[in-house]
Design a protein around this ligand. Structure first.
Ligand SMILES: Nc1ncnc2c1ncn2[C@@H]1O[C@H](COP(=O)(O)OP(=O)(O)OP(=O)(O)O)[C@@H](O)[C@H]1O
Ligand SMILES: [Mg+2]
Length: 305
């Protein structure tokens, strides 16, 4: 499917992309942006705008509505194109793999290359999983733009993941290096390796890396929230991936999530005869920082449009 997005993106002209961006701005006021208005806003002749809209529709980047007026709405793939275009323009990415390297419930992940030849993973968020979607600053934004609730949720998920990756990476945990974030997409370094459940590496060594990352994250106030052998990639080290659902240690249900993470991971390593210091990690919560508050103020700053 994203194959079509990459292919389609390659065929779009500058004008098509501008028209798509205009419709995105139009979504501030309309669920279906009136075609008349798009024509008014664009600095092109009417026929040119209509032709661009047709092409965008043909590639599956727009959905049409005919009554009570002719209007257009951007599809998930349309947003993919806008995010991809922004990252290409900012020279964060040069090309993408034709097929995904990972398809999950909440995302699609592609491998790619930056202009300097660095291998990256590009994660397109498909669902809203952040605990911050129940927070007031976020709910206030959504209440103003109800028709964009889903779009906002995927954007919040991507922002939440980018925030956690940045903080944990800076603090020295074993996570992919975050490179950029735009709309509902996160760009990070590509981890060469296999998921832990398929790995045959020295389990003691991997467990040490995972415990190091969990305790580093806890120290700055972050609990992963979906830790499992599927979300650990074993390459030169054991890397913890997939952070959009992270939970702040000051969250009322923090201990529940941390216990669940630790139970899953210690059950896995136990099968290999490796123990995880569960009690010690649980104690760390009391002494942790508060990334939750900081993240909320980041949400305040984002306009999500
Ligand atoms: N940085 C990365 N480097 C290499 N491969 C990655 C990277 N990030 C993700 N992947 C691949 O993509 C797959 C899916 O990524 P991830 O676990 O982040 O999302 P997800 O599983 O879709 O999320 P969810 O668990 O909510 O469904 C991973 O299992 C992995 O194979
Ligand atoms: Mg996953």
């Amino acid at each position: 499917m994203l194959r079509d997005v990459v292919e389609g993106y390659g065929k779009l002209t500058k004008r098509d992309l501008r028209v798509l961006r205009l419709i995105e701005v139009g979504h501030r006021r309309y669920e279906y942006v009136p075609e008349e208005l798009v024509v008014d806003w664009a600095r092109y002749r009417k026929e040119e705008v209509v032709q661009s809209i047709k092409r965008l529709h043909y590639y599956g980047f727009l959905r049409r509505n005919v009554a009570p007026y002719r209007g257009w709405k951007i599809t998930t793939h349309g947003y993919d194109v806008l995010a991809l275009h922004t990252l290409v323009q900012r020279r964060k990415i040069l090309s993408l793999s034709p097929t995904p390297v990972g398809v999950g419930k909440e995302s699609v992940v592609y491998a790619g290359v930056t202009p300097s030849g660095f291998k990256v993973a590009l994660k397109f968020h498909r669902g809203g999983v952040s605990v911050f979607r129940y927070e007031r600053p976020f709910l206030r934004k959504v209440s103003k733009y109800r028709h964009l609730a889903e779009v906002f949720e995927t954007r919040l998920s991507a922002l939440a993941e980018y925030f956690a990756l940045s903080k944990v990476f800076e603090a020295g945990g074993w996570v992919p290096e975050p490179i950029a974030y735009n709309r509902h997409v996160v760009l990070m370094s590509y981890v060469e390796g296999v998921e832990l459940y398929r790995s045959e590496e020295d389990m003691r060594k991997i467990a040490d890396d995972v415990v190091h990352t969990i305790s580093t994250a806890l120290r700055i106030g972050i609990i992963h929230g979906d830790l499992s052998p599927y979300n650990i990639i074993v390459g030169d080290r054991g890397y913890v991936i997939d952070w959009p659902q992270w939970v702040p240690t000051r969250h009322p249900k923090a201990e529940y999530y941390l216990r669940r993470d630790l139970a899953t991971i210690s059950a896995f390593f136990k099968k290999w005869g490796v123990e995880i210091p569960v009690e010690e990690l649980l104690l760390a919560v009391g002494k942790s920082g508060d990334s939750g508050k900081q993240f909320l103020s980041e949400i305040y700053k984002q306009d999500f449009l």
